[in-house]
Design a protein around this ligand. Structure first.
Ligand code: NAG
Ligand code: NAG
Ligand code: NAG
Length: 364
């Protein structure tokens, strides 16, 4: 089993710019794969954590398999936690091998994105990413560091897989990565983007909820009328460019749905929402609407058992997580800042269009 090079041959100014730390490498038993992880300082006082697993195919070298970067949603869901241990990584939440891990078919790069998520942290208040362009430029610093330190991955096909709000961030990231490759600042064989239940056209999602839930009898006529009414208000606010109001009304639409469906779970319509996010009896909402959105869309990504795993055995194994990086998916504040400033409800469709226009002239 080989060890990954611990020191990367970057010029000194670049090293200073990137603020690379020494990193850590651990080899598991031979039948397991090799894994490496580290922080990259992406801006002054903003530190991003990544965790790479080399593919463990029985018949192929890792260099013959693609590299997949996994972006969680939220914003505020941790890729190295939720995506890794609850979805596609080699081990599940009980640290038992997962039969269906993607690691048999790809090298997996989990990144806690944006800063303020999982083990990525800011060392000074106010340094959270507050818009899509900062999310993308932070990720460019990370990818520049990653690929220049690991030339063996520069020619392997690279895919960005994203889930939920990750789909919105993937738009900005893909566009910037494409530009960086063309400009020669990042060497990477960027081969595709995959979107899972992506939050890229929120108003279309909001408008579809009522008819969908009605078609499967989770809403009756009266319920459909109430949901449609508030969905139209969201559309109206977006059309007028009143994005803050549109975001509040989106939260209200979800509340109306929960009240009319006895708390249907937005992530699995066959179940009910957990007690922590049960609706209020009144439809009144205030500035705390961002906290409510956080509760509905981010809290379930940071369940207690996952939190204990990440802050217990995993933190001990990784060794490099600072004590004061509070906990997994720690920052409601970070999530809410991004939601409030950037939940533009149109911006990511615009970013995707711009990406596709650029890409259509290239060999994608
Ligand atoms: C796998 O690829 C690496 C990098 O190209 C190479 O160093 C190594 O020898 C290969 N291993 C096998 C078993 O072919
Ligand atoms: C990208 O990956 C494909 C598939 O392995 C390969 O054919 C191609 O040569 C690679 N391109 C670059 C620039 O490395
Ligand atoms: C929302 O996004 C659109 C399209 O990218 C942009 O023109 C507009 O300025 C943004 N509005 C806000 C409030 O950020």
């Amino acid at each position: 089993m080989e060890l990954a090079p611990r020191v990367c041959l970057l010029s000194l100014p670049l090293l200073l710019l990137l603020g690379l730390s020494a990193g850590a490498t651990v080899d598991l038993p031979p039948d397991e794969g090799k894994e490496v992880w580290d922080y990259v300082t992406v801006r002054k006082d903003a530190h991003m954590f990544w965790w790479l697993y080399y593919a463990t195919s029985p018949c192929k070298n890792f260099t013959e398999l693609p590299l997949v970067m996994w972006l969680q949603g939220g914003p505020g869901g941790s890729s190295t936690g939720f995506g890794n241990f609850e979805e596609i990584g080699p081990l599940d939440c009980d640290l038992k091998p997962r039969k269906t891990t993607w690691l048999q078919s790809a090298n997996l790069l989990f990144v806690d994105n944006p800063v303020g998520t999982g083990f990525s942290y800011v060392s000074k208040d106010g340094e959270y990413a507050k818009d899509l362009s900062t999310v993308a430029s932070d990720m460019m610093v990370l990818l520049q560091s990653f690929f220049s330190c690991r030339p063996e991955f520069q020619t392997i096909p690279f895919y960005i897989f994203s889930e939920s709000y990750g789909g919105k961030m993937a738009a900005g990231i893909a566009l910037e990565l494409h530009k960086a490759i063309q400009q020669g600042t990042i060497k990477c064989n960027f081969s595709g983007v995959a979107l899972g239940d992506s939050w890229i056209s929120p108003v279309d999602s909001v408008l579809s909820w009522g008819p969908y839930l009605y078609s499967i009898s989770l809403l009756d006529d009266q319920g459909l009328a109430e949901v449609s009414q508030v969905a139209e208000q969201v559309l109206d606010a977006v059309d007028k460019g009143l994005y803050k109001e549109a975001t509040q009304l989106w939260g209200k639409a979800e509340m109306v749905i929960e009240q009319n469906t006895d708390g249907v779970n937005f992530y699995n319509i066959l179940t009910k929402t957990a007690p922590m996010s049960t609706m209020k009896s009144s439809l009144e909402f205030t500035q705390s609407h961002l906290v409510q959105l956080y509760q509905r869309h981010v809290r379930h990504l940071n369940r207690d058992d996952l939190n204990q795993l990440m802050n217990g055995p995993i933190r001990t194994k990784l060794k490099i997580i600072p004590k004061d990086c509070s906990d997994l998916g720690c920052d409601c504040e970070g999530s809410c800042q991004l939601l409030s400033a950037e939940n533009n409800l149109t911006a990511s469709v615009a970013a995707w269009k711009s990406f596709l226009l650029q890409k259509s002239t290239a060999d994608f």
